[in-house]
Design a protein around this ligand. Structure first.
Ligand SMILES: NC(=O)c1ccc[n+]([C@@H]2O[C@H](COP(=O)([O-])OP(=O)(O)OC[C@H]3O[C@@H](n4cnc5c(N)ncnc54)[C@H](OP(=O)(O)O)[C@@H]3O)[C@@H](O)[C@H]2O)c1
Length: 354
């Protein structure tokens, strides 16, 4: 099969490219700017350009056709329009990589959230202050554009919505940040105790589903959530990491509102997976239509932790959370002291820790 991946040099896209190459029966092309080393070796065709440039995207498709195009680089309606213009009539299948933030950016969403709930969510009632807002509403714009093209010309799109993706080679280093903090013994701050429920998904489960789409016509015109089977919390993730590493880090629960005030723009970097609402995608539809089954959490958590340990021990890039370690220690100390001394002022103060 002739496969094109828009992206393919960082995480999910790179793993997909590698697995398709290993399969041996595909001609695989990846499209990036060529800044990052894709590590894919010689068997792949490398197309260069900027996904935001209409001319560069048009040039990819000129004079050729594909069996499947996977788009990891479409973030808004304009990106989607460029893809539709370039690939309509030139690919048998177009897989748009989306995100469950298309639900989370809305002011209200059900738990669990089904694919069809997308249409019921009122984007105009989104919360502009939410960190998910710009990303999720941009991705909604891309999805809406693709759905219109499906209705107008039969554009062969399938939308894949993922929550946080975890696993080996996760370039975001969000899990690795917790591995590092657990290894250090803490203190490890858990906003609101880390009890909000969510689902994440294992990278190899995503790439397995994406490869299955190339091999069949199932799901054209459909959207699918892909997520792990277990409903997790940050507390459960940290406890699981600690168990695997044989460590018992000090955990300090503090009010999320206080952590947000103190951390400001660094909140999401310092406290990944600390959203306040339940974020639980339903996976009934992928199970039913794609015969897809996610790997048990214990299995992929262990793989993720071992990879993160190797990454950290070999001097790999530090997790972004480590930049703000001093703030976390200050917050943890302040709350522990406040609890011990029953200092009402410290419980309610909005001042950042000194
Ligand atoms: N990771 C998650 O937890 C998660 C969750 C939900 C959804 N997603 C979705 O997954 C997608 C990202 O997947 P991925 O990280 O696996 O990406 P990927 O397919 O590995 O592609 C990332 C690569 O694309 C290239 N690139 C970036 N901007 C570009 C541009 N303007 N033009 C051309 N190439 C560009 C970069 O290489 P160069 O610098 O060399 O160009 C980068 O290394 C996004 O659509 C995101 O919304 C991710």
């Amino acid at each position: 099969m002739k496969v094109l991946i828009l992206g393919g040099s960082r995480f999910v896209g790179r793993r997909l490219a590698r697995e398709l190459l290993e399969d041996g029966s595909h001609q695989v092309a990846v499209f990036t700017r060529g800044r990052a080393d894709d590590g894919l070796g010689p068997g792949v065709e490398r197309l260069r350009g900027d996904r935001r440039s209409a001319a560069d995207v048009r040039a990819i498709a000129e004079g050729r056709s594909f069996d499947v195009v996977y788009d990891f680089l479409s973030y808004d309606a304009r990106d989607a329009r460029l893809a539709i213009e370039a690939f309509d009539g030139r690919t048998a299948r177009f897989v748009h990589i989306s995100t469950c933030s298309v639900y989370w950016c809305a002011g209200e969403f059900p738990c669990p959230v089904e694919e069809d709930d997308y249409a019921r969510l009122d984007a105009a009632r989104e919360r502009p202050s939410s960190i998910e807002y710009a990303y999720g509403s941009g991705k909604r714009g891309a999805e809406d554009e693709l759905r219109r093209a499906r209705e107008a010309t039969g554009f062969p799109v399938t939308v894949i919505r993922m929550p946080i993706v975890a696993g080996e080679e996760d370039a975001s280093l969000r899990y690795a940040g917790y591995v590092q903090r657990v290894a250090g013994g803490g203190p490890l701050v858990l906003p609101d105790g880390g009890h909000a429920p969510f689902r994440h998904v294992y990278v190899a489960d995503v790439t397995r589903a994406l490869r299955s789409l190339a091999a069949s016509a199932t799901g054209v015109g459909e959207a699918y959530n892909l997520a792990g089977g277990e409903i997790l919390t940050l507390r459960r993730v940290v406890d699981g990491i600690a168990r695997l590493m044989g460590c018992e880090p000090e955990r300090v629960a503090i009010p999320a509102a206080r952590a947000r005030r103190a951390a400001g723009d660094a909140y999401a970097t310092l406290f990944p997976f600390s959203q306040e609402a339940a974020q639980v995608p339903s996976i009934r539809k992928a199970r039913r239509d794609l015969a897809w089954e996610p790997t048990p959490w214990e299995t992929w958590l262990e793989r993720s932790v071992r990879w993160a340990q190797r990454h950290l021990e070999s001097g790999g890039a530090p997790p972004p959370a480590s930049e703000h370690r001093a703030l976390e220690i200050a917050l943890a100390g302040r709350w522990r002291d406040a609890m011990l001394s029953f200092d009402a002022e410290a419980w309610t103060s909005s001042e950042p820790p000194g």
